[in-house]
Design a protein around this ligand. Structure first.
Ligand SMILES: [Fe+2]
Length: 460
């Protein structure tokens, strides 16, 4: 496969990164080397059969080469391994010229353990293992993270590692946008921190990334006009199935995983571009009309029902919510508001209880940036919290969905179940723990009225 030498240039803002990360001026900790790093595994559209593995090296490695094999007990994995060749794209950052490689695997066996390794310059990664999804419904668990975004190695690392420690058999990790802060600069250190925080988990557990507003960067065009565009790391590091509507393939897609449908939408473009919400709504409506999955989980970054003060995304309620309602979507997993909110189909600021069987909307946050929840959210949403780094552990069984939102001390802050008997209605069963008190901001010197922590002040 030809090497695509594409240079993407954004303004170098080393200072911004130095504040938001544990690296400092002149620090080359995250420069690419001959050794593969930033290895990440994404499921294909049919996760029982397809997966894509991406990694990074320095420019000495000009071909994306990996080996994969059905896992065996013997260490002789290389004896029967198949070599696969993929694509390589380059990216120049403050840390030097990197080659980003990816290989798409197809024809895999369902519910099967595979081993693989990826090639560096006269060296390899370690052998990594992953299990493909089942071909039909089979119970599994996954983790959902809200924004990591700021001080990622300093503070998000304990969240992703805590989730894994609580449930080491999770099959999938969903990141609901703003994985790093970036937006206006050369942010390779931030991505270095994100990959270091999750370490080998990114390479062994299927990753489902969602693009948030911070996945978009502002670039200066000729004539000094500015334009928001998807950051250069995104499509080099993540290779989703590209089965979304035309023009949205990088950030809108679906994955069928063990009988469950995961749909990822791009709320940034929905709110930023005329017609983008409607295009995604039509695509989703068509997809859900044909789908027979046991559970349907949708994720996008901006919330349908905002939790944070002064935020509202009415376009999502106008275009997307009717589709969710019509097709009985089970969960809508979101981020962006840097607080926790979970509502069972409630309009913002309303006490009206939604239709039985409607979607459950969740906003959560994994990183240290924490906002103050709006009073209206406290009225309209069934469970609200501030000043907590959280992860969500969700287990899907044939007739029951178990949801827990956990803090970094292991406390269950929120929990519910969805009961879904064959041919029967869906029932929402609250499981809020015995201490229902709402957690509020504890920072004695909050930076400003709507914020408890900025998040980037914590890596200093
Ligand atoms: Fe955001």
């Amino acid at each position: 496969m030809a090497l695509a030498l594409v240079f993407f240039s954004v303004a170098a803002t080393a200072h911004v990164e130095a504040v938001n990360t544990l690296t400092r001026a002149g620090d080359t900790r995250y420069r690419p080397t001959r050794h593969p790093d930033r290895i990440v595994l994404l499921p294909g559209a049919e996760a029982a059969r397809e997966a894509t593995i991406s990694w990074r090296t320095d420019a000495r490695v000009r071909q994306a080469q990996m080996q994969w094999v059905r896992a065996v007990e013997s260490p002789g994995l290389h004896l029967t391994a198949t070599t696969a060749i993929g694509q390589t794209r380059s990216l120049k950052t403050r840390n030097g010229l990197a080659h980003h490689h990816s290989v798409r695997l197809s024809g895999l066996e369902p519910d099967t353990l595979y081993a693989y390794r990826v090639r560096g310059d006269d060296t390899w990664s370690e052998w990594l293992q992953f299990r493909t999804a089942a071909g039909t419904f089979k119970p599994f668990s996954f983790l959902y993270f809200g924004d990591a975004q700021n001080s990622v190695r300093s503070h998000f690392s304990r969240v992703i590692r805590g989730g894994f420690r609580t449930s080491p058999d999770v099959s999938l990790m969903l990141h609901a946008g703003d994985l790093v802060n970036q937006r206006d600069g050369n942010h390779d250190d931030e991505w270095g921190e994100w990959f270091e925080a999750g370490g080998f988990l990114h390479a062994m557990v299927a990753t489902v990334p969602v693009a948030g507003n911070h996945e978009y960067v502002t670039v200066t065009k000729s004539g000094n006009s500015e334009q928001r565009t998807l950051g250069p790391h995104w499509s080099r590091q993540f290779s989703p199935p590209r089965n979304g509507p035309k023009g949205f393939e990088d950030t809108v897609y679906f994955v069928r995983y063990s009988g469950v449908l995961f749909v990822v939408l791009d709320s940034m473009r929905a709110l930023d571009e005329s017609g983008a919400a409607a295009i995604q709504a039509r695509w989703l409506d068509d997809l859900l009309s044909r789908d027979q999955s046991r559970w349907v989980i949708v994720s996008h970054h901006h919330p349908v029902f905002s939790v944070a003060l002064g935020r509202d995304n009415s376009a999502l309620r106008a275009h997307w919510m009717p589709v969710y309602e019509r097709h009985n979507v089970d969960l809508v997993l979101q981020g962006h508001d840097h607080a926790y909110g979970r509502g069972h189909n409630l309009a913002e600021g309303s006490k009206a209880v939604g239709r039985a069987g409607g979607p459950v909307y969740v906003v959560s946050v994994a990183g240290p940036k924490q906002y103050i929840a709006a009073e209206s959210a406290r009225v309209g949403v069934e469970r609200v919290g501030e000043d907590m780094q959280l992860y969500q552990l969700i287990r899907l069984e044939e007739d029951r969905l178990h949801y827990q939102s956990l803090t970094m001390t292991g406390r269950v802050y929120d929990a519910f179940e969805l009961e879904h008997r064959p041919n029967g209605p869906k029932t929402f069963v609250p499981r809020i723990p015995p201490d229902p008190n709402e957690t509020r901001c504890t920072n004695p010197s909050p930076p400003r009225g709507t914020r408890c922590w900025e998040g980037d002040e914590l890596a200093l």
